[in-house]
Design a protein around this ligand. Structure first.
Ligand SMILES: NC(=O)c1ccc[n+]([C@@H]2O[C@H](COP(=O)([O-])OP(=O)(O)OC[C@H]3O[C@@H](n4cnc5c(N)ncnc54)[C@H](O)[C@@H]3O)[C@@H](O)[C@H]2O)c1
Length: 280
């Protein structure tokens, strides 16, 4: 099912002395092949999810772009196809179990099954910044149903297909906000950590691994709405690597955790944050 893309392996100096593996010509590290893999990515219509989708497609995966945003979701899928990859767009509201089931069925129809899932969707750029004691309950419930429950609902919809294929891997997108006092946004991500370790235990016997990536501040359009520019310098001072992350900084860890290179890694929350939240 997966269309072959022409790739130009590059060879490092280390390769000439016998140690090197094929590396990404763009400097992105070792290439993990996702040929013949089907990868569902939620929240893939823009920002980090778009970059994950294109990175997975570049490595050979057939990608299911799952998002509530039809226009941009379709655009991302089209761009992957125009670039020689395989993709479909599936309109999905991750807070609706029925919508998640329909997306999983569309993925199976298009590509025959599912191997990988990245639970990345969230209400983020346009979120209300309100204290816990004041946030309207309806808003709070909607927020948690997308940002926390969504990763459970999508997993419940796709894991049977992974199990049918002998196993799979899931990466849940968290945030260092889970470890700071960040209101209901951070609480939802803490819930994602809880879901990650519990599902790692429940799905381990089916050979499905579940991990979380925990990014620090990443420079996306959504972040520019959430973090005013005058706050950025203060944040950077707390970071050993002294710069905002780019979505591309997350790709290596996320795809590694999905891949067979991480075949004995499950139930982990893995910070990718420029050293912002170093914990002993
Ligand atoms: N950007 C950062 O600094 C940062 C840092 C840590 C973690 N994160 C996390 O990374 C993820 C992506 O962040 P981003 O900056 O790309 O944000 P973004 O707002 O650009 O992307 C979120 C995507 O989720 C989609 N979405 C929203 N509600 C949905 C729903 N109900 N069903 C399906 N899709 C839905 C949106 O349409 C959008 O495409 C989020 O989970 C966010 O919490 C971001």
């Amino acid at each position: 099912m997966v269309m072959e893309k022409s790739r130009m392996p590059c060879f490092t100096a280390r390769q000439q002395v016998g140690f090197a593996l094929p590396c990404d010509p763009t400097g992105g590290g070792i290439i993990v092949s996702f040929e013949n893999k089907v990868c569902v990515i939620t929240g893939a219509a823009q920002g980090i999810g778009e970059v994950y989708s294109k990175a997975a497609a570049d490595r050979g995966a057939a990608v299911v772009v799952a998002d509530i945003d039809v226009e941009n979701g379709q655009r991302v899928a089209n761009e992957i196809i125009n670039d020689g990859g395989h993709a479909i767009f599936a309109k999905t509201d991750v807070s609706s179990p029925e919508s998640c089931e329909a997306m999983a069925a569309a993925a199976k129809d298009a590509f025959g099954g599912i191997d990988y899932l990245i639970n990345n969707a969230a209400i983020y750029g346009d979120m209300e910044m309100l204290p816990l004691l004041e946030v309207p309950i309806d808003y709070y419930n909607r927020f948690m149903s997308v940002n926390m429950n969504g990763c459970l609902f999508v997993t419940r919809a796709v894991y049977p297909s992974m199990a049918e294929r002998g196993g799979g891997a899931i990466v849940n997108q968290s945030s260092t906000a889970a470890w700071s006092c960040s209101g209901f946004y951070g609480i939802a991500k803490l819930g994602v950590h809880g879901i990650t370790i519990n599902l790692a235990r429940e799905l381990g016997p089916r050979n499905i691994r579940v991990n979380a990536v925990v990014p620090g501040p990443i420079d996306t359009e959504a972040t520019r709405k959430v973090i005013p520019s005058e706050m950025v310098q203060g944040i950077l001072r707390a970071m050993p690597l002294s710069r905002m992350g780019k979505p591309e900084d997350l790709v290596g860890t996320c795809l590694f955790l999905l891949s067979d290179e991480a075949s004995w890694v499950t139930g982990q929350t893995w910070a990718v944050d420029g050293g912002m939240a170093m914990r002993p």
